[in-house]
Design a protein around this ligand. Sequence first.
Ligand code: 5GP
Ligand code: ZN
Length: 114
Amino acid sequence: MADCLFCKIIARDIPASNVYEDDRILAFNDINPQAPTHVLVVTKRHISSLNDLSPEDDQIVGELVRRAAAIAKERGISTNGFRTVFNTNRDGGQTVPHIHLHLLGGRGMHWPPG
Ligand code: 5GP
Ligand code: ZN
């Protein structure tokens, strides 16, 4: 999508610190990290939010989640634990309308979230 920040990162129009890529997924470090590990795992195809998923997207959502877990394992944070978050729309705190799974770890997380 032309005017989407994460589509521009996927197209290499905007630089990012990439940590994983395949033909369907890109993962890159968040520009404003909230934890020692803060990676965004995104679909290469533009999907605005969880509200826009269809049954055909079940596979790609599973891939996002499994990729986040794999990156956590690579970083050595899977045993201590980590947090994965999809923010959705205004009340969910979503600021970039292109589906992304936050992977946060390397420190203790709080609950409930703010
Ligand atoms: P959201 O608030 O939509 O759940 O998450 C968007 C995330 O994208 C935020 O954590 C924010 O720091 C990150 N972000 C915003 N702009 C950029 C950018 O240009 N590059 C990277 N790597 N991350 C960004
Ligand atoms: Zn997009």
